[in-house]
Design a protein around this ligand. Structure first.
Ligand code: SAM
Length: 264
């Protein structure tokens, strides 16, 4: 799959803003339905002020902006190449590094992040700061990828190359896909209330969205994994090809969600 031009999904208009990487488009397709379901379950009020951290291509931030027309959504990321507020007067896009920058105390009714904190080495300290940005009674919702279904994958190439890729992610970036399996503990430890957890497991193969995302990840990290000596080039090629193969089925990453409220 190659990079593609992405149309923003705005009712009645279509603005081609920039090139969104194929993996981000695939991730959005794989995850948006469950994310919207979980956000909807928090019953956002029309005037809520929300923050999405690491918003990527911004599809959920735009959805929230439409859902809360009298409120405001701030969508942050360290990379703004795929993020635009055009057509959404109550959406603000801001370059902001969650590991080093702050927002004022009690700014938001809802703070949301998807597939961000598992990548951050300082995740526990960052979450403790972020809770202070919530208004009393405000909600924090996290959705993060977990590797446990991949650990029991039936296909040797797919399992070994995937775990070798995750090992390199951890070494080079700090990504820890065992952390989301500890939910809800991180939010319980922060003293949040009305805690809930939820999870869903993806299936890879046959060109499913999560499969396209993971195929891109395996291909992109292939040279690093091969260089580390934990998989061969042939194994990486076979595993990546299976992600697009019609008759291949195995379990992909799970998405673990956790939410809780700052005490009133
Ligand atoms: C795996 S992507 C997920 C994107 C989006 N949340 C989604 O689910 O489609 C991780 C995102 O987090 C952003 N990110 C990484 N480190 C960050 C940081 N320190 N502060 C803010 N955003 C960060 C990346 O630029 C990227 O857009």
């Amino acid at each position: 799959m190659t990079a593609e031009l992405t149309d923003h999904e705005v009712a009645g208009q279509s603005e081609t803003v920039q090139e969104t990487p194929a993996w981000l488009t695939a991730l959005r397709s794989a995850l948006d339905p469950n994310s919207k379901r979980r956000l909807e379950a928090l019953d956002p009020k029309p005037d809520w002020h929300s923050l999405e951290i690491g918003a990527g291509s911004g599809s959920t931030a735009r959805w929230l902006a439409e859902r809360c027309p009298q409120g405001k959504v701030v969508a942050t990321d360290i990379e703004l190449g795929s993020l635009s507020a055009e057509g959404f007067p109550n959406l603000e896009v801001r370059r902001h590094d969650v590991t080093t920058e702050d927002f004022p105390e009690a700014s938001f009714d809802l703070i949301y992040a998807r597939y961000v904190f598992s990548h951050l080495r300082s995740r526990e300290e960052d979450l403790a700061r972020i809770v202070s940005w919530l208004k009393p009674g405000g909600w924090l919702l996290l959705e993060e990828p977990a590797q446990f279904p991949v650990e029991s994958a039936q296909d040797d190439d797919y399992r070994e190359v995937s775990l070798a890729t995750l090992e390199q992610y951890k070494e080079q970036v700090g990504t820890d896909l065992t952390w989301p399996r500890t939910f809800p503990a991180p939010l319980v430890n922060l003293g949040l209330e009305e805690i809930g957890i939820d999870g869903d497991i993806s299936v890879v193969g046959a060109g499913r969205p999560m499969s396209l995302f993971w195929g891109e990840a395996i291909k992109g990290w292939g040279p690093i994994v091969v260089g580390a000596g934990t998989a061969t080039e042939e194994q990486v090629e076979r595993a990546a090809a299976k992600m697009y193969q019609d008759d291949f089925y195995d379990l992909g990453l799970a998405t673990m969600a956790v939410w809780g409220r700052r005490p009133a």
